[in-house]
Design a protein around this ligand. Structure first.
Ligand code: GDP
Ligand code: MN
Length: 395
């Protein structure tokens, strides 16, 4: 789960991380009022959306007086901000963060993430702050430093100090930087985060060290331990398809492409996404229907994939173990009944590869069904190739 920058900063502040003074605003009047309360010569008006890249997209404005605050707030509230992280459709700004301006001397990068290979929390730092870390990793990997943290010991003081020196924090700010690292680590562990990213971390002209931006992601499986975090959920920021799928007990992740797939089992679902890509297609989603596939559930999965016209083709890839192929086939027939008036067609071609329990019955259900655009595929490779070809032909 993601939360907004202003919420992340409030969480971090409670752990002792230095953040600028700031207040959220939902209306222009509130923005002006909060700017008055903050009262510094410069306040920053920041669009709050669940995506980065706001600076470059015009979502971060420096206001020198209350008139400017008013103008920027009116401009940003309600605006759809398109950044390199939002996708072309952008995200609508419903909230602002009004923050005291900082006297930035230099920007740095600092984050904690979970490293799968070592099964540890890793702290990453760089003196190339403000730019995307993926870009730093690609262009100057030697500028990224890592510290792997022993879960029993926690972030050791020598690791924090080594990081501060590695990323060239100026001498008078070293202790403030290591303190911030420790507090950020405590927040990461205390709130079961999967990511805590400060980009930029800044050293100010006064040699203070502050988190100018803050992004926290939380492990969904641990949210039950943090009702205070769960409360911060902003449903308007979440993908409506992902929300609907979660309600139906489906494991769905929108990947933005146009070749949809419906698979059973996370491993096979990942392999299916890969093989679609291998044949030159752009996967629309990851979708694991799980072990119990009632026809109703399959029909719901079809509706989610087809909703909004994103999918130009669907690849059904089922290896029935616990799942029964006949139930999946019945689900596809059910979906066609719900989606089209006559139950005889689906809006996009559907390539089906069925294998496993009750496969003969499943194939027969589809062959006997009146749906026109269902194509049976004998193999996974053949099915992937076929659906990519059909989606390309449709474009
Ligand atoms: P992002 O683009 O979505 O990651 O948003 P950030 O919060 O990182 O802001 C982008 C950039 O705006 C930062 O890298 C800073 O250069 C600038 N910025 C943000 N807050 C301030 C501030 O208080 N003062 C100044 N001078 N610049 C700021
Ligand atoms: Mn940032």
């Amino acid at each position: 789960m993601n939360i907004h920058e202003y919420q992340s900063k409030a969480v971090l502040k409670a752990y002792g991380v230095a953040v600028p003074e700031g207040l959220p605003a939902f209306t222009v009047d509130e923005a002006v009022e909060n700017a008055k309360k903050i009262g510094t010569p410069v306040v920053v008006v920041k669009a709050q959306i669940h995506a980065g890249g706001r600076g470059k997209a015009g979502g971060v404005k420096l206001a020198k007086n209350l008139d400017e605050v008013k103008n920027y707030a009116s401009e940003l509230l309600g605006k759809t901000l398109v950044t390199h992280q939002t996708g072309p459709e952008g995200k609508k700004v419903g909230r602002l963060l009004i923050e005291a301006g900082s006297n930035i001397k230099k920007e740095y990068y600092l984050s904690f993430v979970i490293d799968r290979q070592t099964a540890r929390v890793v702290m990453m730092g760089s003196e190339e702050g403000g730019m995307e870390i993926e870009k730093v990793a690609a262009e100057m990997p030697e500028k990224i430093f890592k510290e792997y943290i022993d879960p029993v010991v926690g972030l050791a003081p020598f690791q924090a100090t080594r990081m501060a020196y590695n990323i060239n924090i100026p001498q008078p700010a070293i202790r403030k930087a290591t303190k911030l690292m420790t507090c950020l680590y405590n927040a990461f562990v205390g709130k079961d985060c999967s990511l805590a990213e400060i980009n930029p971390l800044v050293v100010t002209a006064e040699d203070d060290v502050i988190a100018l931006d803050a992004k926290l992601n939380f492990d969904d499986s641990a949210l039950f331990r943090h009702p205070d975090i769960e409360e911060l959920r902003d449903e308007s920021e979440e993908d409506p398809k992902e929300r609907r799928a979660a309600e139906a007990g489906l494991n769905y992740v929108n990947l933005g492409g146009d070749v949809a797939c419906m698979v059973n089992g996370a491993g096979l679902a990942m392999a299916t996404v890969d093989i679609i890509k291998h044949y030159g297609g752009e996967p629309a989603n990851f979708l694991d229907v799980g072990g119990d596939s009632s026809p109703e559930k399959i029909a719901e999965a079809f509706q989610i994939m087809l909703d909004g016209g994103q999918a130009k083709g669907i690849f059904v890839n089922i290896f029935g173990g616990i799942n029964r192929c006949d139930a999946v086939a019945a689900g596809i027939v059910e979906a066609a009944k719900i989606i089209s008036d006559d139950g005889k067609s689906l809006p996009v071609p559907v390539v089906v590869r069925l294998e496993g329990t009750n496969v003969e019955q499943g194939r027969k259900i589809l062959q006997d069904s009146p749906i026109a655009n269902v194509i049976m595929a004998p193999t996974m490779e053949g099915g992937a190739e076929e659906i990519v070809k059909r989606v390309k032909a449709a474009k």
